[in-house]
Design a protein. Structure first.
Lengths: 448, 283
């Protein structure tokens, strides 16, 4: 067992990881930037090291400082959480060189899945369905146009080394292709120093269904069911739930098997997620693999009774998976709402500030992952997500009722939040009916 | 606010041991480097993959002659010339021989320049690259001789000459013999030029003294790396002589470009392409 783990992250995910470590009897080291010195993760950990100023590149993204903190505190492993260095293969390599265990997949998995085109080609070779598109990097607009015509408009132009929506453009028809391709290429050059692009068919009216994967170093891979993350604003997930209303048991099994096959294709050895797009005709396509723990992982934990962070730590210790596929039992329905410090009436603009008063709901089947406390000052320089409210009910209807009740009880004062917005969504008929397309449309209207 | 409110983690009682390799955590020597320009600690491999420059501020690190050759020459095309010349101590300068021996064993290089021929994008060139690690790239009689032979052979073979200059100037331990190399190399270049051959001089950090005063400034085309120190006497000597304050960027490649001493500043990642373009254009 590890004696001590450093958590290279902040906010609720750092707190969430520290909690599991405390439960496992592993001492923890938090790293924080100067504005985070009083934050919950820095207080809850057994030790805390300030690693630099607020800018992420000088603190949470600074590999040398994080490694130095790990060595100084005699930490044996680093959990990266999500975002920051969680999918940085160079960081994984450096941890290895310094004799520190990276709690996550091997460097090669991150590299392969980080190169979107390589990931695509690996999936094709493994027999995993992918969205119709190009299989080689393209730089030339003319050549790209010919390929786009072959695929058929609308198409989506993506950066091979891209991510986070950058270097990506949806092209509805041929007339705007050249401009869109060049803009996306330029964006990719600036953000990722690469002009390599690829093109995929743009599918409309799709659902975003992802499967939670666990793999160990012995080649065992299982899935823990799906999460429906179709409700998004500006490509950012807002509400997630499991199971999805869009798929039946037969399709669930088929998609789950495909997800396992996809993870096995890269010898995946940690917790990860295979993202699929599901079209109206129930065809599903591999979109990408996230080689880390995800924000929405608690819904899976609620219905399967697992602790994914605990599993990740055990896998890193070289242990075999404690579960086999047939041991995974799904029970009930879970929904997560991401509570952000933002103003839904003003294009969801972030609203940092100080928490003057707060009350969190509780009771059976309610979980809150948050780093808030009274008097906490939400810094403007980081993500605006301040809490995740997760509920677990016997049925979807139960879960919706519970979520509405919990949102109605939740109080966060001092900053604007999207609590009331979530409350309204939970009360809408469209949500109850699973008609997420309509909800996304109204979200789009609110986004400026 | 919540300071000291939480109980510490109760350590698990476990007989399991973490693998030995995990317990010995340390940052290996040389994994990171501090950039002298921006003071940031940078991953050494990032510096190398970024053409030996700081990924944070683009400051150029000095590079050895062999690395430089690998950077510009077509893979495996370099053939060294005149690597059998032995440095003598003509003035019996105190400590010179010992110094030479120390440098040779520390750097595994025999002198402050490597010369030879190679292909740059499939075009044959005679190339000389000075080595700052060896007595600060100073020019003694062997350096001068190797450059002269390089130019003479290039004249004979009708090859363009490319020299990467990097030097503290003439080698004081060889006195007048060092200064004589200035005239010798310049004469050879004159003959090379009269035969209609191209000479590209590339000034890197630092190019000073007798080297600046001879072959470094005689290129048909003179290129320089960004931010390189280029001059004859050092700024302190000049300030004391003329009794005036010098501009802040005095003796940098940018200053020299602005004042018409060099033709272009070329980044390392563009160097191979630029040299190849110049050679092709001269034909």
């Amino acid at each position: 067992m590890f004696d001590k783990i450093l958590i290279a992250n902040r906010g609720e995910i750092a707190v969430r990881i520290i909690r599991t470590c405390r439960e496992m009897g592993i001492r923890t080291v938090a790293v924080c930037s100067d504005v985070d010195k009083n934050s919950l993760h820095a207080q809850l950990a057994d030790e805390s090291v300030c690693i630099g100023p607020y800018r992420a590149k000088d603190s949470y993204l600074n590999m040398e400082r994080i490694l130095s903190a790990a060595i100084q505190t005699h930490s044996q492993a680093i959990h990266p959480g999500f975002g920051f260095l969680s999918e940085n293969s160079k960081f994984v390599k450096l941890c290895g060189k310094c004799g520190i265990k990276f709690i996550g997949p091997d460097q090669s998995c991150i590299e392969k899945m980080g190169d979107k085109l390589e990931a695509r080609n690996i999936m094709i070779a493994a027999g995993v369905p992918v969205i119709p598109g190009t299989n080689n990097p393209i730089k030339n607009a003319k050549q790209a146009f010919e390929l786009a015509k072959e695929i058929g408009f609308p198409v989506i132009v993506k950066a091979v080394h891209g991510g986070g929506g950058k270097g990506m453009r949806i092209v509805m028809d041929a007339s705007e292709f050249d401009t869109m391709f060049e803009t996306a290429k330029k964006e990719s050059k600036n953000a990722f120093d690469s002009e390599e692009m690829y093109i995929e068919k743009y599918l409309t009216n799709t659902r975003h269904i992802e499967f939670q994967i666990l793999g160990d170093s012995f080649g065992n891979v299982i899935h823990l069911g799906e999460r429906d993350c179709s409700i998004q604003k500006r490509n950012q997930k807002m509400i997630e739930e499991t199971p999805s209303v869009a798929i039946n048991e037969e399709l669930r099994q088929k998609m789950g098997d495909t997800a396992v096959k996809a993870a096995k294709a890269v010898n995946y050895n940690s917790a990860g997620t295979i993202e699929f797009l599901l079209d109206e005709n129930y065809n599903y396509y591999f979109m990408e693999m996230n080689t880390r723990i995800q924000v929405e992982h608690p819904v899976t934990e609620m219905v399967t009774g697992t602790d994914l962070i605990k599993e990740m730590i055990n896998i890193s210790l070289g242990k075999e998976l404690s579960l086999k596929q047939e041991d995974v039992v799904f029970s009930g329905h879970a929904i997560e709402c991401r509570i952000n410090a933002e103003d839904p009436d003003n294009c969801f603009m972030p609203c940092p500030g100080t928490i003057t008063d707060m009350h969190f709901p509780g009771g059976n089947g309610i979980r809150i992952d948050s780093a808030l406390f009274r008097g906490y000052e939400i810094p403007a320089c980081y993500d605006s997500m301040i809490a995740k409210l997760i509920v677990h009910g016997r049925t979807r209807e139960d879960a919706i009722n519970k979520m509405r009740s919990a949102l109605g009880e939740m109080v966060i004062q001092g900053v604007k939040t999207n609590i009331d917005f979530h409350y309204a969504v939970m009360s809408e008929k469209e949500f109850a009916d699973g008609d997420f397309e309509k909800i996304n449309e109204s979200l789009k209207e609110r986004c400026c | 606010m919540l300071q000291g409110m939480f109980k510490k983690t109760l350590k698990a009682k476990s007989n399991e041991k973490v693998k030995d390799s995990i317990q010995k955590s340390q940052i290996p020597n040389g994994l990171f480097k501090k950039c002298p320009s921006c003071d940031q600690i940078v991953y050494a491999e990032d510096i190398i993959s970024n053409y030996y420059s700081c990924p944070n501020c683009d400051n150029y690190f000095r590079i050895g002659a062999k690395t430089r050759i690998n950077m510009v020459a077509d893979k495996g095309s370099f053939k060294e010339w005149d690597n059998n010349l032995e440095t003598k101590d003509p003035l019996s300068f105190p400590g010179y021989q010992k110094k030479l021996a120390n440098f040779k064993s520390a750097t595994h290089i025999d002198e402050a320049i490597i010369t030879g021929e190679c292909l740059i994008r499939e075009q044959a060139v005679a190339i000389g690259v000075m080595e700052s690690e060896f007595l600060m790239g100073s020019m003694g009689s062997i350096v001068g001789e190797k450059i002269t032979r390089l130019i003479e052979k290039a004249t004979e073979l009708k090859l363009p000459v490319v020299i990467f200059c990097c030097s503290g100037g003439a080698r004081m331990q060889e006195g007048i013999f060092s200064l004589m190399q200035m005239a010798k190399t310049s004469q050879a270049l004159k003959r090379h030029s009269e035969e209609g051959n191209l000479y590209i001089s590339i000034l890197t950090d630092p190019t000073t003294g007798g080297v600046t005063a001879s072959f470094a400034m005689l290129g048909d085309v003179i290129l320089a790396e960004p931010g390189a120190l280029i001059g004859f006497a050092g700024p302190r000597v000049i300030e004391q002589t003329i009794k005036q304050k010098l501009p802040k960027d005095f003796q940098t490649s940018e200053f020299l470009l602005e004042h018409g001493f060099i033709d272009r500043i070329v980044k390392r990642n563009q160097m191979r392409k630029t040299i190849s373009f110049l050679i092709r254009s001269s034909k």
